[in-house]
Design a protein around this ligand. Sequence first.
Ligand code: ZN
Length: 143
Amino acid sequence: MSIEGLQETIGLRALPAPDNASRHYWQSAAEGRLVVQRCTTCGVFQFYPRALCTTCAGETEWVDASGRGTLHTYTIIRQNRSPAFAALSPYAVGIVELDEGVRMMSNIVDCDVEQLHIGMALEVLLLKAADDVGLPFWRPVTD
Ligand SMILES: [Zn+2]
């Protein structure tokens, strides 16, 4: 999946509807910052955004994520008739384990999907999908 093809079709996707728990996350991504929640009591990171810590029910704060992670697992989609995805095939959907320890599902982009392998180093790529919504994608680290 090329970045150009992705950018052309991103507006065709069903976008998230920010709520009180997630609004800061989506807005930050639209501004080019990947953030995750960290509990101010027990220190655990969590993703996806929720109102309270799921470990101890404490308050959470937003912290900038490193934007680095590893590919935990993935699958390759070879056919999808949805207008948002048809031109992108084949493309990869993966679970990325961020350096902060949380996992998120996303597309693995800007690569030959046949070269993907579990454990490979990834970096985030944030693309603006709307004024208040940015979407995180991941791509192999090349340096
Ligand atoms: Zn906690």
